[in-house]
Ligand binder design. Structure first.
Ligand code: GRG
Length: 307
């Protein structure tokens, strides 16, 4: 009997519940709701929440109970994309084949939509914790999950990666700096997703550590593939929808395209090795590796903003 599910199963579950943990918004704040809803329902791949649910499953947990945390991580990811697209950051007009949030709603509303999504993530997780006051073990798992998500999203995770990335623009960066930027900007939230799922499912130390390394390697693979794609578009004369490709340090600039491809294969190989002992029960994590290779080959990582 097949117990463990595939990406499509998790994605569908997330799609069905994605608005469930957004607080009921007053009529006076309807624009805020519309703007948050616009970006949440705008065709993301839902990779991070699927990672969280699959890690919970692999650890023996109940995915239905992990939904507030899965949706929280997608709210955080969505806020990061809205803010990253702003004129003061990447200045992108299109994402996932549609106008970016600030183009559709204006800059002030887009900033507030990001703020609303970020805070809704913590509201969703804290509200869930309130249910478990009388079950210390279950409450502990939830506090751990929420802490991992805060850490991955915060000043030692994604936000740290973003500031280092911004400050390295038009400068030459060392290989260490570029690894550090990508580990924080892209991998940290993926690591948070699998660790949070593992804690929610009651995983032991070894599984938590394996999932953490898997998340790191997958995050790096994601970012290297994105960099390769940017470089190829640049060389082919294709432009992003915004018409600019920022001059930030990227793997191909430092390593060259061939070496970057080798590095991509290296981190993908690491992820395969880490997950191998769990193969019988880790269908999603193998599928995710193949999916990232496919996205990289088709140039579809963060793609839809370049369509
Ligand atoms: C604004 C604090 C702050 C952080 C922004 C995520 C991020 C940090 C910037 C995005 C830059 C970028 C395009 C990085 C490449 C890797 C990446 C995160 C791609 C987007 O993730 P997908 O492909 O997105 O999972 P979808 O559209 O499927 O949700």
């Amino acid at each position: 009997m097949k117990i463990f599910k595939e990406y499509g199963y998790y994605k569908e579950l997330i799609e069905r519940h994605i608005m469930d943990f957004i607080p009921e918004i007053e009529p006076n704040s309807k624009t805020l709701y519309d703007s948050m809803h616009y970006s949440l329902e705008n065709g993301g791949k839902r990779i991070r929440p699927a990672m969280l649910l699959a890690a919970c499953d692999l650890s023996g947990g109940d995915v239905a109970q992990a939904l507030p945390y899965a949706c929280a991580i997608e709210y955080i990811h969505t806020y990061s994309l809205i803010h990253d697209d702003l004129p003061s950051m990447d200045d992108d007009d299109m994402r996932r084949g549609a106008p970016t949030n600030h183009v559709a709603f204006g800059e002030a509303v887009a900033i507030l939509a990001g703020d609303g999504l970020l805070t809704s993530a913590f509201e969703a997780m804290n509200k869930d914790m309130l249910i478990y006051f009388d079950s210390p073990e279950l409450l502990k798992r939830r506090i751990r999950a929420s802490y991992e998500i805060s850490k991955g999203a915060g000043c030692k995770g994604m936000v740290a990666g973003q500031i280092a990335d911004i400050e390295s623009e038009n400068k030459s960066a060392s290989k260490e700096l570029i690894d550090d930027i990508h580990l924080n900007k892209t991998a940290a939230l993926m690591v948070a997703a699998v660790k949070a799922g593992a804690y929610l499912g009651g995983a032991g130390k070894e599984l938590v550590a394996d999932l953490e390394s898997y998340g790191e390697n997958i995050g790096l693979a994601f970012q290297i593939a994105d960099d390769i794609q940017d470089t190829l578009e640049d060389r082919g004369g294709a432009t992003a929808d915004s018409g600019t490709i920022r001059n930030r340090p990227a793997y191909p600039t430092l390593y060259g395209l061939d070496e970057s491809r080798k590095r991509f294969e290296g981190v993908i190989g690491n992820a395969r090795k880490i997950i191998a002992p769990y193969y019988d029960n880790a269908e999603f994590f193998v599928e995710l590796i193949d999916m990232i290779i496919g996205l990289a080959e088709r140039g579809q990582i963060a793609a839809d903003d370049k369509a």
